[in-house]
Design a protein around this ligand. Sequence first.
Ligand SMILES: Cc1cc2nc3c(=O)[nH]c(=O)nc-3n(C[C@H](O)[C@H](O)[C@H](O)COP(=O)(O)O)c2cc1C
Length: 219
Amino acid sequence: MHGPDLVPLPARHDPGIAPEAAARAFCEAMQKRRSIREFSDRPVSKETIEWIVRAAHSAPSGANKQPWRFVCVQDAATKRRIRLGAEAEEREFYERRANDEWLADLAPLGTDAEKPFLEIAPWLVVVFQLTKGDDGGQVYYLKESVGIACGMLLTAAHLAGLATLTHTPSPMAFLNDILGRPKHERPFLLIPIGHPADHCTVPRAAMQRRPLDDVMVVV
Ligand SMILES: Cc1cc2nc3c(=O)[nH]c(=O)nc-3n(C[C@H](O)[C@H](O)[C@H](O)COP(=O)(O)O)c2cc1C
């Protein structure tokens, strides 16, 4: 009976400065991230998207099952079908599905059912969570794993100088049909990636964060 195959910890990232300074610099960079809804059609190379997906794919996952698929769409006709599918769900959401509290919470963001950016952004990355492995095996902590990978994807895009939107035109089953993905792949997030349009604006409300004391507890 053999134990696990263990190797020495590989070379780690060295910020070259004290942890306090490195953590602060990273925080200040991340505080400049914003979700945008007005994209430019300026191209972004496939190589860039590949590196961003590689960064997301380096995420930790339950039992290292990597229960994700990143479908990267640049084809104009496919983006158009995704826009039409998303707008159909969003119209239903704004007119019927959302309750009053939800609509009131969204009002300061100024969002509505129109999603032209889904055709304008050079890339749409549709992240699927795999409810079973490609080998048919079990997966664990699906939402946690895919959520972490998506956070890393947003971070990688931001640090590459690009902007994103975390979009959830729910329910998202239409994405399986359009992208030809099997049933055990469940759409998780639809993430346009690109450059902001000239004169892009963002809602002031989206920039506010509760004080650190409200969200951080030290014991
Ligand atoms: C899980 C999740 C779902 C979201 N869904 C949408 C969406 O469907 N449409 C949209 O315009 N923004 C969506 N957002 C973006 C949020 O409105 C945005 O993150 C928030 O207002 C804070 O703004 P910021 O990302 O610029 O910090 C979503 C964000 C998250 C994390």
